[in-house]
Design a protein around this ligand. Structure first.
Ligand code: GTP
Ligand code: MG
Length: 180
């Protein structure tokens, strides 16, 4: 059997405090969800191996603190990122309004060689809340924002109900591979 090529991809999760970054990572990697909110301090990563075509891909997923006072990240954290996952909460306007800042800050800190084609993805999380009746940001509004940023891809997710999470991470891994 031919040996498969190995690839490491660094993925950075960004977004306001409480939108569900840690929960998305835990659901994706450990298939676990906790109702309990424990805010992230600083940053940490977990890894997961997946197979895409002829490659073994190690996803190194960096979870960050949304709270400003816990952000002592510095450029080292963003450097070398292969993709950036932006997250907002579909039930919270402010988390959507902050996306411009997270997006621009990422580009400033990571300074990728080809910023116009850098692989971003946007996740609208917590679509399960109140069966979707409490949402304030429509699918249309989110997609318009994505289009305004050179056509970022958009997924709606629930870390709680495990909706769309595997699909979103697989998509971003594939995007990052073609960008390499
Ligand atoms: P910081 O670490 O402070 O930046 O926050 P975070 O973005 O990591 O948020 P976290 O994953 O800690 O989730 C915040 C709260 O939202 C927790 O109480 C989670 O249980 C809850 N939560 C996360 N995702 C979902 C979801 O999809 N649906 C519901 N109903 N609750 C969620
Ligand atoms: Mg967190």
């Amino acid at each position: 059997m031919a040996t498969r090529r190995r690839t490491l991809l660094k993925i950075v999760l960004l977004g306001d405090s409480g939108v569900g970054k840690t929960s998305l990572m835990n659901q994706y990697i450990n298939n676990k969800f906790s109702q309990l909110y424990k805010t992230t301090i600083g940053a940490d990563f977990l890894t997961k191996e997946i197979v895409i075509d002829d490659r073994i891909v190690t996803l190194q997923i960096w979870d960050t603190a949304g709270q400003e006072r816990f952000q002592s990240l510095g450029v080292a954290f963003y450097r070398g990122a292969d993709c950036c996952v932006l997250v907002y909460d579909v039930n919270v306007n402010k988390s959507f309004d902050s996306l411009d800042n997270w997006h621009d800050d990422f580009l400033k800190q990571a300074s990728p060689s080809d910023p116009d084609n850098f692989p971003f993805i946007l996740l609208g999380n917590k679509i399960d809340v109140d069966s979707g009746n409490s949402r304030v940001i429509s699918d249309k509004k989110a997609k318009e924002w994505c289009q305004s940023k050179d056509d970022i891809s958009y997924f709606e997710t629930s870390a709680k109900e495990d909706i769309n999470i595997d699909a979103a991470f697989l998509f971003i891994a594939k995007r990052a591979l073609t960008h390499e």
